[in-house]
Design a protein around this ligand. Sequence first.
Ligand code: NOJ
Length: 501
Amino acid sequence: MHWFEKSVFYEVYMKSFCDGNQDGVGDFIGLKERLPYLRKLGVDGLWLTPFYPSMQVDNGYDVSDYKAIDPLYGTIDDFRDFMKEAKQNEMKIIIDIVFNHTAINHKWFKEHPEYYVWKTKPNNWESFFGGSAFTFHAKQNAYYYHSFAKEQVDLNWGNPDVMAEAKQILRFWLEEGVDGFRFDVINNLTVDKAFPDNPFDQKGEMIHQYDRNQRGVKAIIAELSGFCRANKEDVFLVGEISSDNLDEIASYSENHLLDVTFNFNLGSIENLHVKEIFDELVRMEEALSDRMPTLFFGSHDMGRLMSRLALQNRMVAKLLAFLMLTARGIPFIYNGEEVGMRNQIFQSIDEFRDVQGIQAYELARAQGLSEKEALKIGTEKTRDVGRGPLVFADRKPFSKGKPWILGRVETATDATDMFQFYSRLLKFRKDADFQTRPYEKLVLEGETIQFIRGRYLFVANFGETDFLVKEAGVVVFGEAKQNGNDCTIGPLCGVVIDLEA
Ligand code: NOJ
């Protein structure tokens, strides 16, 4: 049993979590200040988004120096103070590692062009943010490859020196005391060396056939994870696999390659359909029966759970939280979910910060669309919606400074009630013995998802009407009317019944 199999993680979007020095950007001083809040919430671990010096074209996912702290977030001493306090609070810390690309102003780009991928002529590959994935570089008289923004240059993992540098970086942070890593788009590290053109689907969207999941990538990951495990006992290794194909995702945690991978098959579901959610849970059991899946409905790359899936319905948001924190897997709460935060609302392109939204807007304008139409397209694409400054239940402003991201933060109504729901559920989860138990039963009955783990029956009623369960036991979490063996569960409620009480 690994410690992380029982844990609940919380994603901290560094820029928006808590601003300690009041300059409008979250930082390590703020994060340290908020550790008691996170303790009170009841999470066991934090995933910190990139805090390294960066061009900030992609909010830190364009790293200029892997072994330092961007002054935006403080100093290495602030980081160390935070780590010390986190340890005292028994909080595990995993950090984001972006090894697919560096920022174009990383010193390697100048000093070691051989660390990157070059081509004399571009093929048809598109960047994941839109537009060509190749940009001409006059000095090299060649095109460099960038699977994301043109300022994010893809590393050449065919060069063993890149691996040697990566190991030094991992060692550096392990020595600083981190408990694990979240590897960014780790299945993208290699590409087909012959660079065949990618095909398109029926909607005209590129199928990324030759620029991810390519030969050699698993051997590279095995070397990276082997290195981490040899240097730290029980290190937690999470892979972000750029895919929503479950078999593909699952293949990256096979044979202990990584400990877990993010399950976008469930996590990025667009609409709330109980059958679809249930089917994904079943598929996850089939694909990952011998490993832990991950569970989340939000992240900095998608619309907020409350707006996207729950459509502002607090009961639905609570029910999804109930599922996320009781189903089999390692949950990752996205910061703000615990107070019911909603999507940020934007009125003009000047308020956008996300390169993906800005690029979509600019492309639409270049194609002759009106300002209004382009803004609509940009708004659909921008990930800024989920990146607004945190609104805490127990503390008013995120910052007195002008926030780094504009737009309107929808004040979460009843934040305290939502926070209490999360903390009660997390406390129940911690005290009860089911976190690592398999499903003894996993069924869809009417509009309820039901499962038994250990001595508990969990019922999540996604229906609009009461649901009757006939089971001898005592309700130990959630509200239900009990009459002998009859238990009536209200609409959009999650209930736990202790079958052995
Ligand atoms: C995945 C990250 O979650 C996302 O925010 C980023 O833009 C891309 N990787 C590129 O690093």
